[in-house]
Design a protein around this ligand. Structure first.
Ligand code: GLN
Length: 470
């Protein structure tokens, strides 16, 4: 009986209803569109681009389609950085205004093949640069308290998932924690896959050696179904591993909480996470472990590598080929590039371009970029040795609950980066992780994150099922 109830909340259940009776798809879409518009009218800012005609056309095509896929009639929102054919895709940046890709990202092709309806593009920090989704023009507001952040950089995907009461799934992107962080702040469930499990073809780059597309849903079953569909081989992405994820429940697990991450969190967060862990001890063994190298070096290594890669990626945005252009009349091309970039990048993007360019300049390269790469290997090895003893490692997803916007304004860039303490290590090591809601603290959600070895996403699924047991 309980199982039956749970099943009814899932996208799997809904798609089956829609396959049998198309009016279920029509009704759900109609209602979610009303919610989407209401969220926009209230200024909640989850939606970057929405084209009603395009959505209605997809519905009509679906109605006459022979193939009835696993996401039949399911509305999906996607982070702005993921390219959708013919739809403005600007990764939350003014500089890409007007850029409409002529192709779909592989993840979008896969979703469409399974009968999904691409509902809208969602808001994010510019190019994924941020933890609070405040580094962009359209800043999403937390559905639990509109004066607080949704988290970043995938604030829109998580915010809208928490906001809507309808069947829906979302795609996000993570370089250093951008899927887990907003999931934690908005109380939803997410899966960030092993680096290379999901194709990056058609994802607007932040830092290529760390970028991953992942899923956000209301529960682990929804997040897993989306990941099953978007994972898998893709010859268009040379870093793709050619592996597929299948959500299977595994045996009981041996897990350890990362003590030095936990100790660095706010008391309000620790309390909720500890209570949840105590409850889970009925089903799994929970030990403690320390990762001294990761706690000490991962943020520094991450911000050097991420900004180095980002600064080269952004070099192509110069007002020539993509997005914003202006009248070049009478201007030397250096002057033209500088103007376009000065006028359209946020302060945070400029900070990262300068930092990253510095870190890989000749003379400094050995001291910063190359050293960070060596440190990265050591940090991965520290995780590997922890996984020789444990199936999963646990940490609070974020050290705080979603902060108020005025508190965010007071943070220095360094304090801002320090908020990524618990999410960055797994991302730097390319390890898959899930963030699930552990409970509430003063009306705000608190997330618990599980990290698995490379390609052991099934353990995250089993863990999520235990987390969500009522
Ligand atoms: N907050 C991190 C950063 O600003 C992570 C962002 C991300 O994963 N896209 O780099």
């Amino acid at each position: 009986m309980v199982n039956e109830m749970v099943l009814k909340e899932t996208l799997k259940y809904f798609a089956e209803q829609a396959r049998n009776d198309f009016s279920a798809a029509e009704e759900n879409l109609h209602k979610i569109i009303l919610e989407l518009k209401a969220s926009e009218n209230k200024g909640l800012n989850y939606i970057e681009t929405y084209d009603e005609e395009n959505v209605r056309t997809q519905l009509t095509q679906l109605k006459s389609s022979e193939k009835k896929g696993r996401l039949f009639g399911v509305p999906i929102t996607v982070k702005d950085a993921i390219c959708v054919k013919g739809v403005e895709s600007k990764a939350g940046s003014k500089i890409l205004t007007g850029y409409k890709p002529t192709f779909d990202a592989t993840v979008i092709t896969k979703l469409k093949e399974e009968g999904a309806i691409i509902l809208a593009k969602t808001t994010q920090d510019e190019f994924g640069f941020g933890t609070f989704n405040t580094n962009t023009e359209k800043v999403p507001k937390n559905p639990f308290d509109n004066e607080r952040s949704c988290g970043g950089s995938s604030g829109g995907p998580a915010g809208f998932t928490a906001y809507t009461s309808r069947y829906h799934g979302a795609l996000g992107e993570s370089t250093g924690g951008s899927i887990a962080c907003p999931s934690s702040f908005c109380g939803v469930t997410s899966l960030t896959p092993t680096y290379g499990l999901v194709s990056r073809y058609g994802l607007i780059d932040y830092a290529n050696s760390m970028d991953k597309v992942g899923s956000v849903g209301r529960n682990i079953d929804d997040a897993s179904l989306l990941l099953e569909i978007i994972s898998g081989a893709d010859e268009k992405d040379s870093t793709n591993l050619g592996e597929e994820f299948i959500a299977d429940e595994g045996p009981t697990q041996k897990v350890a909480i990362i003590k030095d991450f936990f100790d660095n969190c706010d008391d309000s967060v620790k309390k909720v996470v500890q209570a949840k862990i105590d409850k889970m001890k009925e089903f799994i063994q929970v030990d403690e472990i320390e990762l001294p190298l990761n706690i000490k070096y991962s943020l520094a290594a991450y911000y050097i590598i991420a900004t180095s890669e980002a600064s080269t990626n952004l070099a192509k945005l110069s007002g020539l080929r993509y997005g914003k252009q202006k009248d070049p009349e009478g201007k030397h091309f250096d002057e033209y590039f500088s103007e376009i970039r000065s006028e359209n990048f946020t302060e945070e993007a400029k900070r990262r371009i300068i930092l990253g360019t510095f870190a890989r300049m000749s003379g400094f390269r050995d001291a910063y970029y190359l050293k960070a790469m060596k440190v990265r290997t050591k940090l991965i090895n520290e995780f590997k040795s922890a996984f020789s003893k444990y199936d999963l490692l646990l940490t609070p997803t974020m050290p705080i609950v979603a902060p108020k916007f005025d508190a965010i304004e007071q943070l220095t860039p360094l304090q801002n980066y320090a908020m990524d303490l618990c999410t960055v290590p797994a991302n730097l090591a390319g390890l898959p992780h899930a963030s699930c809601n552990a409970g509430m603290s003063n009306g705000m959600p608190v997330g618990l994150m599980a990290i698995a070895p490379h390609l052991a996403e099934t353990r995250l699924y089993s863990f999520g099922r235990i987390m969500e047991m009522k």
